[in-house]
Every structure is written in C-alpha cells, then in structure tokens.
Design a protein around this ligand. Structure first.
Ligand SMILES: Cc1cc2nc3c(=O)[nH]c(=O)nc-3n(C[C@H](O)[C@H](O)[C@H](O)COP(=O)(O)O)c2cc1C
Length: 334
C-alpha cells in the first residue's frame, strides 16, 4: 500500500508535513539545500528581530542626522545585534538566496513585540520572494498595570498591522502561556492570521552564581515537551479551520504522528536538526510511512485530527480529569 504524505499549510501544498522551523539550520542557502535534499517539505528562516531593525535605523539616524560628525567613528563600536550576525539588508539577501537555492516553500520570520515601524519589513520580506511569513510575537509582561487582555490586544494589533502590510499567507507563532488559548487563537485568526504555530519556546534566563549575572541561555528541547502542543492543538483543532503547526519537542516519527493525530497540518523541528543533522529526516519519513501502512492509513489527510478533542474516544484525557487519573495511576504503581 502506498501512503500519501502530502499536506497543506497556509494554503500551500507540501510534499509531506515536515517543516524545518526557524533557527540556525535554516540560516544559509547551503543548509536549506541539504534540508530539501533530505526531504524537508518547507523551511522557516531565522527571524529578523525588531531589535536588529531598530538598531540599523538608529545607526542611520545618527549617521545622517545632527550628530553625523561625532558619531561616524563610534559606529565601529556597535555590536552586531542579530543572532546570526546579520542586519535587515543581509536578511533580505538571505530570503533571495534561499529562494534561488531551493524549490521548497520558504517562510520568512519576523520577531518582535511593538507595533512600531519595524513591521514594514514584513513587506520587504514578501518583496524579497518569501512564500509566506511567520510572525513570532514575543512579549514579556513586567508591568502590573498591564492586564492579560492588554497583552493579548497588543498581539492582536501587531497581527492586524502585519496582515495589512502583506498579501502572502501569515502564520503567528505564540507561546503557551495564555489563560484561554482557544479564545485567543480565534482572535488571532480573526485579526488576519492564516495559521498558528503552537508553540514557541520561551527562554527563561538563568543566574550565574560566580559572576552574579543574569544570563540568557539556549537549551534544546526534549520530546516530552511535545505534550503541551499536543493538548492544545487537540482542543482548538475542531473550532478553527486555520492551519496549525505543532512546534516544540518533535524529535521522532512517533512525535510527528502524534502531532498529526491531534490535528496539526505540519510539524516543525529545530532541536533534533541541531542535534542529529538533516540525516534524521529520511529516517523519520520512513518510520512514519511504515507506521501508517501497518495501521492502514492511506494518507496524512485521513490521519489528521483523528485524535482531536472531538474525535478522541476519551476527551477527558485532554482535560482536567486526566490530572486526577494520572495521579491515581502513579500512586497505584509506586
Ligand atoms: C539556536 C536556536 C535558534 C532559534 N532561533 C529562532 C528564531 O530566530 N526565530 C524563531 O521564531 N524561533 C527560533 N528558535 C525556536 C525554534 O524555531 C523552535 O520554535 C523551538 O526550538 C522549539 O522547537 P524544537 O523543539 O524543535 O527545538 C530557535 C531555536 C534554537 C534552538
């Protein structure tokens, strides 16, 4: 029996549901080519950060503004702000070179929080040739006067602005810390998102006891983190017709299958690609095809959502009752 792995994400047809998410693996045309050759069906480029754009604009303002004379020399002291040592112009060149190097869809990524002028780069990314745009909205609430709905409204305003700026499909990547994800997801779609990426991994800083410094640190994911996206995709799948991407903790063929079963259109991977390289893709595709054949699924379409909240034989497993059951089972075993 042959298995049809094709899927659709953000209105775009993909050969299979494996997408390389935003990160170092997608930061160069050569690496994108390797991912494509290994079987990845689409790739999200690393983000262009609001801070990178603000930094460049500040430099230009100083260079061509009043302080041109005094500032020109000090420009050399500015550190590069981008995680991959690039500014906005380099980013647009990356989009162009990616499009030339590979045939798979290329999704640009913008990462920020304010509704300022940096959002105009959404259009620049579209003009550079991106097939779609992912907006990674990352806000940390530190002001006690700001309510949960103030924060949500800031996300919504950002999505509306970016939606008005581009005509290509728009995905919004969010973290998992919202009081009502189903309600918020619906608002993001109403604001113009064609799809949601669930979830971003928020980086919490650590403390260095030797230097007493607060340090940001990148820690790669482990597969058990997939449980959060699984639960929420299962819950919102039946309420939304938008595309959904499962992100965080996808490491193996089993993780991919679980993501599809709860209703994801695609699954996204970064940590496993950093750890194992693009060689793991073929193995994942082979194992998922084998499982689908053994379990008599003819296509990803047929598989998708068969364990969403509405379709699953025991919906309480995704809800609160699961908590008590898990504790009772644990107590009986130990
Ligand atoms: C080193 C590194 C760099 C990343 N850079 C970005 C980025 O620029 N923009 C973004 O939206 N996500 C970025 N991410 C997050 C990943 O796209 C992904 O959402 C996260 O790692 C969870 O997926 P995983 O479990 O497959 O790693 C980065 C992750 C890592 C580990």
């Amino acid at each position: 029996m042959s298995v049809d792995l094709s899927t659709r994400y953000l209105g775009i047809s993909l050969a299979n549901p494996l997408v390389a998410s935003s990160g170092p693996n997608t930061s160069e045309a050569d690496r994108l080519k390797q991912l494509q050759d290994a079987g990845v069906a689409a790739a999200v480029l690393p983000s262009l950060f609001e801070e990178q754009i603000a930094h460049q604009e500040e430099q230009l303002e100083r260079l061509y503004g009043n302080q041109a004379d005094s500032f020109a020399e000090s420009l050399t002291y500015f550190p590069e702000v981008g995680p991959f040592g690039t500014g906005p112009d380099d980013y647009l060149r990356l989009v162009e070179s990616a499009k030339k190097a590979v045939a798979i869809p290329i999704i640009g990524s913008l990462n920020g929080s304010s509704t300022g002028g940096w959002t105009k780069y959404a259009k620049a990314i579209q003009d550079a040739g991106a097939d779609a745009l992912e907006l990674n909205a990352y806000l940390v609430a530190t002001d006690p006067d700001q309510s949960a709905s103030d924060i949500e409204n800031q996300y919504i305003d950002l999505v509306k602005i970016v939606r008005e700026t581009v005509t290509i499909p728009l995905a919004v990547k969010i973290g998992a810390r919202f009081s009502s994800i189903p309600n918020f997801a619906r608002k993001l779609i109403a604001a113009g998102a064609d799809g949601l990426v669930l979830f971003n991994r928020f980086r919490a800083p650590d403390i260095d006891l030797d230097t007493l410094q607060v340090r940001p640190e990148v820690v790669l994911s482990s597969p058990h983190e997939l449980r959060l996206p699984l639960r929420w995709i299962a819950i919102i799948r039946d309420h939304l017709s938008a595309s959904l991407a499962a992100s965080t903790g996808i490491h193996t063929a089993s993780d991919v299958l679980k993501g599809l079963l709860v209703g994801a259109n695609v699954v996204m991977m970064t940590s496993v690609l950093i750890k194992q390289g693009s060689g793991c893709i073929q193995e994942i595709l082979r194992e998922m095809t084998e499982w689908m054949e053994q379990n008599e699924y003819r296509s990803v379409e047929q598989l998708r959502g068969s364990l969403s909240l509405g379709n699953c034989p025991d919906p309480s497993a995704f809800e609160r009752a699961n908590y008590m059951k898990a504790l009772v089972e644990y107590a009986m075993k130990h």
